[in-house]
Design a binder for this molecule. Sequence first.
Ligand code: ADP
Length: 589
Amino acid sequence: MTARRTDGRTARGDPGIEGGIFAGPGEMRALCRALDWSTTALGPVATWSQSLRTITRVILDSPTPMFLWWGPELTQIYNDAYRPSLGASGRHPQALGMQGRDCWTDIWEAIGPQIEQVMSGGPPTWHEDQYLPIERNGRREDVWWTYSYSAVHDDDGSIGGTLVVCQETTSRVRAEQERAQLLHALDLERRRLATVFQQAPAFLAVLRGERHIFELANDSYYQLVGHRELIGKPIAEALPEVRDQGFFALLDQVLATGEAVVGREVSVLLARTPGDAPEERFVDFVYQALVEADGTRSGIAAHGYDVTEQVSARREVERLLRESERARADAELARAAAVQADLAKSQFLANMSHELRTPLNAIQGYTQLIDLGIHGPITPAQRETLARIDRAQRHLLGLVNDVLNFTRMGAGRVEYDVQAVAVADVIADVLPLVEPQLAHKRIELEVRLSEPRAGAEPPAHVWADHEKLGQIFLNLLSNAIKFTPSGGRVVVSFTTRADGSGPEDLAFFQVTDTGIGIPRDRLDAIFEPFVQVRTEYARTSGGTGLGLAISRDLARGMGGDLRVRSVEGQGSTFTIALRRVLPHAEHRA
Ligand code: ADP
């Protein structure tokens, strides 16, 4: 101190005090030196009291912001550290040596009484972290201050001035604000996490320490284990029924090694309802060690899913699959057995039919021989009987042939010789065969072969196996006669859809009768083998119930079909649909 004072005096060459107290670096010292203090209420520096000089020196030396109001006029002195708080508002540098009231007109109401309090011997003021924004660095800044107003005594012991010592606390206040904000955000985040944790569809529990004491468990965890007391209890106590199921050893292992354990669809028996027997649940889970900052393992997080429903559903599907697989195999076996049986039956029927035909043919031959009188003359009564034998034989042969045909068809052994067949030829072949029955029952037969525009066209042809078409036709005619009462009428017609009402290349044979008709609910069934509509007619006229089954198979075998329309009590119409030989294609046929 002494050296500096000496330097100052020497530097200024001023024996007075000025050089001494204002000596040294800094803007404020320079301003103090430059100011003509005699123009201020303090007067020339030489006249200053020792106290004022000492405090001035202290202020200018201090790195702490300081400001002094001295004397009744409150003349101002401040240091470099304080200078920035005056900002760029224009107060500095005029504020040096100015009177307080003139300088702080804007806030005098606030600070005036505080200064007054100190000057009049009252207690010092203390303001902590006061928000006093200032203009600095070219903009208004948010600044916080901790400051005090305290009395400075003059040489005579009276209060000579008020010293302001302040400390800018902006960074601390800011830091505290930020900390508070962070804490708030953290708290929010923590609460959000807690909600997520609590409501997660996955179960979650935190176990602490070597006894695995429940610290946390979310709703899903309670749902899994049943609602009981967990928190604060060791797991062995909270879930006693789990003791011997291997889970506790896994927990020990995770805590000891730090390695996570993962389980998939692990079965666990849990007493979910107090008093009830433990229930089997399946869980996917992970046990994960909770590692503290210092690396120690303090507990375990257990999380996972209750997958019982999925496991049961999958097991059910697997069971059903196994069952259906078994059923399929059974059905396969049964089908093979049925095919085998069917084959055996067809074979048997074929053999039998064949065996029956031989003696039947022999009966016919011998009857004819007797009828011809080869073994001697026969009486009219005998002839009559022979005729009956012949009819019975023919009937029986017809049945046997039907059965044979049908079994052949079932075995897929029918071959078709499809050619262009003249419709009129087929009809001409068949009609003589039914004439005796027609005559016998006095049934009128009408044959309509004329097509629309018939005269202009060559005789109609269809693609068919001549013999088989005849067989179908004979069967339909026989049925029509069989199921039509005496005096009825049968119409055979042949039409094409040349009028444009259907596919041009189809032709239709129709056999229509005025017979008993077929009940609506039997229209499909009559095409099944061995099906007969149980009427007096069927009983008396015999038959096998195979004729229509065979006929439809034959029609389909030639690329056509056989259908029926009928009104019970009024009559029936059977229609054979076949591909027509179109006029331009006939030459190829
Ligand atoms: P079957 O004539 O040997 O009994 P079909 O297979 O030819 O065998 O005929 C099956 C049944 O269809 C007949 O028993 C009869 O009940 C019925 N049916 C067939 N054609 C006619 C028809 N034109 N009118 C009435 N019923 C018929």
